[in-house]
Design a protein around this ligand. Structure first.
Ligand code: C2E
Ligand code: CA
Ligand code: CA
Ligand code: CA
Length: 276
């Protein structure tokens, strides 16, 4: 009946309100976390398998929440992106933990480069330039820095993205395409943008037992060879994945088989002891 319809309308409102309130709370928590420096990095080793040597590490954001403890990126990055706060978080992480990590590994052949994830909007606004100038002011060796970007990052303003990529490359910062092969136009990106490397997405690594996936990966290896791009595979969990990748010509690998992301002290100890 009509009165019932009305009733369910008023019933709907409080729950809507709760959703909004919940979001408001989470937004305030994120703002607070930036002010209180609650974001930090964990580090995952990147291994040259033929030399059995750690050649770098990927920095992965973690949130040490005062009540909930350690939280993964999925719990704050999507919302931070919507709030346009992701650049602020990336900036704080790179200038803080990132800069420290680059400088502390200076002179050590192990784990020499640091790969950081840089979110979508960074490459189409000029804040990335300010960031690089600040790194240079702090005498961070940018040649030990890699920015990982996903293909969707570049879509919205290719001209701007190209010019910022050139700016980075000129300063020694290498840019790798993350999650390679999962986007809509991987090949045209390689044609249009001056990137230095590609990361084969873990969705391929997980399916390496399939003949067709092996052929795909083999083609990616050929592309990387022909274009002089660095190539690595992520999400390597098993010996069999490791060996299949080696046979296909991909010897730079990252994944739980070698090491999970670790807090700084744990990572440093891991590097010292490697190979176990
Ligand atoms: P990603 O850049 O593709 O990072 C790889 C993800 O796979 C990480 O998840 C890592 O912990 C996980 N991983 C690594 N090896 C293995 C493996 O062998 N098996 C499996 N199953 N997983 C593995 P995490 O740390 O939860 O990060 C998720 C995503 O959040 C990242 O995906 C990246 O897109 C984003 N992200 C992380 N840190 C940052 C950051 O500082 N800034 C920005 N903008 N995004 C970040
Ligand atoms: Ca990444
Ligand atoms: Ca990835
Ligand atoms: Ca990913």
């Amino acid at each position: 009946s009509k009165s019932r319809g009305k009733g369910s309308y008023t019933f709907f409102q409080p729950s809507m309100l709760n959703v909004l309130k919940d979001r408001q709370v989470r937004e305030n928590e994120i703002r607070h976390a930036i002010v209180e420096h609650e974001f930090g990095y964990h580090y995952q080793p990147i291994v040259d398998v033929t030399e059995n040597r750690i050649i770098g590490r990927e920095a992965l954001a973690r949130w040490t929440h005062p009540e909930k403890g350690l939280l993964p990126p999925s719990s704050f990055i999507p919302l931070a992106e919507q709030m346009s706060l992701i650049n602020e978080i990336d900036r704080q992480l790179i200038l803080g933990c990132g800069a420290l990590a680059v400088n502390s590994s200076e002179g050590s052949p192990q784990a020499s480069y640091l790969s950081v994830n840089v979110s979508a909007t960074a490459l189409i606004n000029d804040s990335i330039k300010t960031l690089v100038y600040e790194l240079e002011k702090r005498e961070i060796d940018c040649r030990n820095l890699v920015f990982e970007i996903t293909e969707s990052t570049l879509i919205s303003d290719p001209t701007k993205a190209r010019s910022l990529l050139r700016f980075l490359t000129k300063r020694g910062i290498r840019v790798f395409l993350d999650d390679f092969g999962t986007g809509y136009s991987s090949l045209s990106y390689l044609n249009e943008f001056p990137v230095s490397g590609i990361k084969i997405d873990q969705s391929f690594v997980r399916q390496l037992h399939k003949r067709k996936i092996q052929k795909l990966v083999s083609s990616i290896v050929t592309i990387a060879d022909n274009l002089d791009l660095s190539l690595l595979a992520e999400g390597v969990e098993t010996e069999s994945q490791k060996n299949t990748l080696l046979n296909l010509g991909c010897h730079i690998q990252q994944g739980f088989l070698y090491g999970k992301p670790m807090a700084k002290d744990g990572f440093d100890a891991f590097v010292k002891a490697y190979p176990a």
